[in-house]
Design a binder for this molecule. Structure first.
Ligand code: PBE
Length: 297
């Protein structure tokens, strides 16, 4: 009898253990995607423009009406969720943008956006306070000439993602790209200690471009400060004139609402990175999900 009880409890233990270690459910292409992801899009921090655009997409594509929701998170948490899902071939829908290392690291694809809610094509602009050009024509000229591309930017972001110190990465970039740096600084006078107050949100692209431009200006003798803050205060501090410039305005759509709010007090200096893109993405093994419209099926 004792032995029998022992056996029973052993097998209960075995069942419990195997239930715990059961691998999570894989993506099933024969079932609709909504219930498989609990009708949830995994997003990032609430202040991001991509979150506001995604809310519009939920309504615009009729997903809100089907009880889809957008989960607030952070870039880091979203990416680790994505990594976990990919490890087990589970379904997941995330907010995504480029340039960013997520497209280098994970086998994911953008979903088509036939309604163009995230914009046809995005670019990253440099935005300054009104009056910056008059007060600091040298630094302004540099920012007018600063223009790179998603590849160069992606390299810097990836190095930072791998754990390098962003300032060290910037110094290395400068060393390895003398031609670009020479173009950006052509005709830019020495700073002689003149101040440049940069502001940014701690998103990977902003960390990359802020550190690179700040370092180039420092090398030219400017005294550059970099202040990290949320998107809303970032824009309002430029509008108020308590900061001079940011190199990370995603236009025209993603940062569009903030630009619209402050457009009378700020000025677009120029585009520093064309060819950006913003939207939703899924792992490539979700083969039959290719458009935001497919989420509804
Ligand atoms: N992003 C990255 C930001 C800007 C940079 C696209 C996630 C956003 O506002 O959504």
């Amino acid at each position: 009898m004792k032995r029998c009880i022992g056996l029973v409890s052993l097998s209960i233990l075995a069942i419990t253990l195997s239930a715990c270690s059961v691998t999570p459910k894989q993506y099933n292409p024969h079932e609709s995607v909504g219930p498989q992801v609990h009708k949830t899009i995994t997003g990032i921090d609430a202040g991001a423009g991509i979150m506001a655009s995604t809310q519009k997409a939920l309504t615009g594509y009729g997903l809100k009406q089907q009880d889809w929701q957008l989960q607030t998170s952070s870039t880091a948490a979203m990416c680790s969720q994505l990594e976990k899902s990919i490890r087990y071939k589970q379904p997941i829908v995330v907010t995504a943008w480029q340039p960013h290392w997520m497209f280098k690291k994970y086998p994911i694809k953008f979903l088509k956006d036939p309604k163009g809610i995230y914009g046809k094509s995005e670019q990253i602009d440099t935005v300054a306070r009104k009056g910056f050009q008059k007060d600091n024509p040298g630094a302004y000229k540099f920012f007018q000439q600063f223009k790179w591309n998603p590849d160069l930017m992606g390299d810097v972001m990836y190095a930072n993602f791998k754990g390098a110190d962003p300032q060290k990465t910037a110094k290395q970039f400068i060393k390895q790209h003398p031609k670009e740096v020479a173009q950006w600084t052509a005709g830019v006078p020495d700073g002689n200690g003149k101040q440049v107050r940069m502001t940014y949100v701690t998103w990977d692209d902003a960390i990359a471009s802020t550190n690179v431009t700040a370092q180039i200006l420092r090398d030219k003798g400017y005294k550059v400060t970099m202040t990290a803050m949320e998107a809303q205060p970032e824009w309002s501090s430029i509008a108020r004139g308590s900061a001079d410039v940011t190199t990370a305005a995603w236009m025209p759509v993603t940062s569009g609402p903030l630009y619209a709010k402050f457009k009378d007090q700020v000025e677009v200096v120029g585009t520093n990175c064309p060819g950006a893109r913003v939207g939703l993405a899924v792992p490539k093994y979700m083969k039959n999900v290719n458009s935001i419209e497919d989420l509804k099926k």
